[in-house]
Design a protein around this ligand. Structure first.
Ligand code: ADP
Ligand code: MG
Length: 355
């Protein structure tokens, strides 16, 4: 038996963390948001396979941090495990840039408020800086990842199918839409091969942000919700968002995925099967045509605010699944909100029968 060479280990681990174009965009965008950016430009070439660029106007990376910015487990966001209990950032593992470097060719340009000009760094597959030169870019950070998955032929092959590429682009757009609705003040542009695919300007509130994402007609059929409840464990649970008016038929475009069912926990986009199932039950129960509604997911936006110490976001590499310490309390708060919105309570039997 022999130990694997370090570059093989790096590639194996990194390609588990970074599995897709969507993953790269998500990690880079979350870094930009953690840096306090109010503007994001996401540019894809050849659906991201040839090049993914994310440019922000955030805080930039300090010159002293640059040598370790793409080294695995280096992070400016937490300094010990206990910090996770008061986590306010999307990132915390110090893993994304290192992993993206392992599976692509990375160039990072950055400037903080204290720097006179920006510098562009080329980073190798180990996350080490190999060269640097001055750049004209302004304050903030731009990360370019080129030639994605060059050493992973199966994954590259996946993107040779144009239908799959278009689906991935839709997923990227939906992800950006999720950040757009939860952060109204954010300006976002998504482009493919230099043509703008979707953009949203800076707005002042969630309703206007939702209109930019879903269209005014859909939002006209939604009601604002605001619900605050204390669980039996004395945990404060806040639920804010916009839901379809009772009886209005506002379904996600895709029947198979809740692609416009924007659910967040502490502003983090999440998938939570039980919360989704509960919402779908109440939404469907208020429809006249239950058959057709039951097949689709409602369009909505819901942000659940709970203490950071009661959420474990470190379950999956992409952090879209969360474990809630007080799950029953959260589900009860969501259900109480749904009952006040859709009018009546669904018994346990109905919930079970609904699958
Ligand atoms: P994490 O986000 O978990 O800290 P990353 O590998 O994604 O790990 O990033 C490593 C570090 O690089 C971050 O902690 C941050 O200090 C810095 N960084 C990365 N992207 C940006 C950005 N867009 N703006 C400012 N700093 C950044
Ligand atoms: Mg990160």
């Amino acid at each position: 038996m022999k130990a694997l060479p370090p570059e093989t280990v790096r590639l194996l681990c990194s390609s588990q963390v970074i599995t897709s174009v969507l993953n790269v965009v998500k990690e880079l965008v979350e870094n930009s948001l953690d840096a306090g950016s109010s503007s994001l430009e996401v540019k894809l070439e050849n659906y991201g396979l040839d090049r993914i660029e994310v440019r922000d106007n955030g805080s930039g990376i300090k010159a002293t941090d640059v040598p370790v910015m793409a080294v695995k487990h280096y992070t400016s966001k937490i300094s010990c495990h206990e910090d996770l209990e008061r986590l306010e950032t999307y990132g915390f593992r110090g893993e994304a840039l290192a992993s993206i470097c392992a599976i692509s060719e990375v160039v990072i340009t950055t400037k903080t408020a204290d720097d006179d000009f920006s510098l562009q760094y080329s980073v190798d597959h180990n996350g080490q800086i190999v060269s640097q030169k001055p750049s004209h870019l302004g304050e903030g950070t731009t990360v370019c990842a080129a030639n994605l998955f060059r050493k992973l032929p199966v994954r590259r092959q996946y993107y040779s199918n144009s239908k799959k590429c278009k689906e991935e682009l839709k997923r990227v757009q939906n992800l950006l839409m999720a950040y757009a609705v939860v952060k109204p003040e954010l300006r976002i542009t998504l482009s493919l091969n230099k043509a703008v695919v979707w953009q949203k300007s800076r707005v002042s509130d969630h309703r206007t942000a939702l209109m930019a994402v879903l269209g005014a007609a859909s939002v006209a059929n939604m009601l604002p919700i605001q619900h605050h409840q204390e669980s039996l464990m004395f945990v404060q649970i806040g639920i804010d968002g916009f839901f379809p008016k009772p009886g209005s038929d506002l379904n996600s475009t895709s029947s198979s995925s809740p692609d416009k069912t924007f659910i967040f926990v502490n502003s983090r986009p999440v998938h939570h099967k039980e919360i989704l199932k509960l919402i779908k039950q109440y939404y469907t129960s208020a429809q006249s045509n239950k058959e057709s509604a039951n097949r689709r997911y409602p369009i909505l936006m819901m942000n659940i605010t709970i203490p950071a110490s009661t959420v474990d976001v470190n379950l999956t590499p992409d952090k879209t699944e969360v474990m809630l310490q007080n799950k029953e309390g959260v589900l009860l708060a969501v259900e109480t909100m749904l009952i006040s919105l859709y009018g009546y309570s669904i018994g346990d039997d109905d919930l079970k029968a609904g699958g």
